[in-house]
Design a protein around this ligand. Structure first.
Ligand code: CAA
Length: 385
């Protein structure tokens, strides 16, 4: 038919990635996710396997150690991995989106050789240091200071809630190099975590995603060579914001995976549990819940894939990523709660996974920009001249 331009089909390669990650998640993640959560256990073996499958630098060119795939493949893989284990999903997302992506985009070739390739290959793990005790949503209010001293910068300050922080080999670190300049005074560096003056605290205790460790870290007279600067002095805020445009696609995909896990387990249960003399799936009340859940999951996926396609095309996708993250995260909470309701009393039991999905979904409404921040980004885009 003439003029048909929209394509809702994945490519053959994207379908292969989906199959590979779905099977991997079913085999290696699903059977362990509950235990990792209960014991707050870092999924060491799974992270190693992600590296072997080239899933830690999916959209990084092969030249720099990555898989050289597109961002739709990344979204598809993130959904499947998170469907198996939401904690493993965010570990993967942080290394791909928040560490590798800015080094790839803003790094020099020499920096990419040293700070991208080993991380994209998964030999090393990265993290992203933007959040501070007094700079969460207000990311421009950075208090960590970097002062130039010859060919080095001396960094003092702290970061908190740094996902992958307890295990990371390097951090993309945001600092204030000129307080008077506000957001234009922020500068990014890549800093190895074995630098003198770098100190990290034990993993945080959290409501969900308990196997994905995060921590507070302190920098005390930490000297970093000027050559570790990512982008130019004062470019840091734009590095952070454009990185988060990609990161939000990763978190939206994680939310999708969590919702899928909750939904698919609920569907299965409706074929086992009987009430009032019939399977609960024969009650229209349950059918309506399942119909709403399926519709919301599909709607979220369309938003996520649209944002990923725009990133692949190299066009600004701040608003589309924010819409995908806003809708997918709030959808995941609604779906996980409905799934728990389908399980009734058993849903509230620690024996089942339903309660974990509710806890895991909740963070997707908070990190990489709260739902309120996503609405600010969307509205700013809507109302700009
Ligand atoms: N790409 C490039 N540049 C951007 C941009 C983007 N997406 N967004 C903003 N900018 C630029 C603007 O163009 C502007 O540039 P000029 O000064 O040259 O005009 C500059 O940045 C300032 O923009 P704003 O005035 O819009 O900035 P703001 O101070 O009002 O803040 C905000 C905007 C959207 C609220 C931002 O602070 C924000 O996103 N906050 C949330 C932070 C966040 O998501 N943190 C998550 C931490 S990471 C994490 O959670 C990891 C984890 O655990 C997994």
């Amino acid at each position: 038919m003439a003029g048909v331009a929209m394509n809702f089909e994945l490519s053959d390669l994207q379908k292969d990635i989906q199959k590979l990650t779905r099977e991997f998640a079913a085999r290696e993640l699903l059977p362990n996710a509950k235990r990792w959560d209960e014991h707050h256990e870092w999924p060491e073996a799974a992270v190693k396997q992600l590296a072997e499958l080239s899933l830690l630098g999916i959209a990084v060119p092969e030249k720099w150690g990555g898989a050289g795939l597109d961002n739709v493949s990344y979204a598809v893989a993130m959904e499947e991995i998170s469907r198996g284990c939401a904690s493993t999903g965010v570990i993967m997302s942080v290394n791909n989106s928040l560490y590798c992506d800015p080094v790839m985009k803003f790094g020099t070739d020499a920096q990419k050789e040293k700070w991208l390739a080993p991380f994209a290959r998964g030999e090393k793990l990265g993290c992203f240091g933007l959040t501070e005790p007094q700079a969460g949503s207000d990311a421009a209010a950075q208090q960590t200071v970097a002062v130039k001293k010859g060919d080095r910068y001396v960094i003092n300050g702290s970061k908190n809630w740094i996902t992958n922080g307890p295990k990371a080999d390097a951090i993309v670190l945001f600092t204030m190099t000129n307080k008077e300049a506000g957001h234009k005074g922020i500068t990014a560096f890549v800093v190895p975590t074995d630098t003198k003056g770098f100190r990290r605290m034990p993993p945080d205790k959290k409501m969900g995603i308990s196997a994905a460790w995060s921590c507070t870290m302190y920098f005390e007279d930490m000297e970093v060579p000027a050559e570790n600067m990512l982008g130019k002095e004062g470019d840091g805020f734009k590095v952070a914001m454009s990185t988060l445009d990609g990161g939000r696609i990763g978190i939206a995909s994680q939310a999708l995976g969590i919702a899928r896990a909750a939904f698919e387990e609920a569907v299965r249960y409706t074929g086992e549990r009987k009430s009032f003399g019939k399977l609960i799936r024969e009650h229209q009340a349950i059918q309506f819940m399942l119909a709403d859940m399926a519709t919301e999951i599909d709607a979220a996926r369309l938003l996520v894939h649209r944002a990923a396609v725009m990133k692949d095309k190299g066009v600004r996708h701040s608003s589309e990523s924010a819409q995908a993250k806003l809708y997918a995260s709030e959808m995941a909470s609604r779906v996980a709660n409905k799934a728990l309701q389908v399980f009734g009393g058993m849903g509230y039991s620690k024996e089942m996974d339903a309660e974990r999905h509710v806890r895991d979904a909740r963070i997707t409404e908070i990190y990489e920009g709260t739902s309120e921040i996503q609405r600010i980004v969307i509205a700013a885009n809507l109302l700009k001249d």
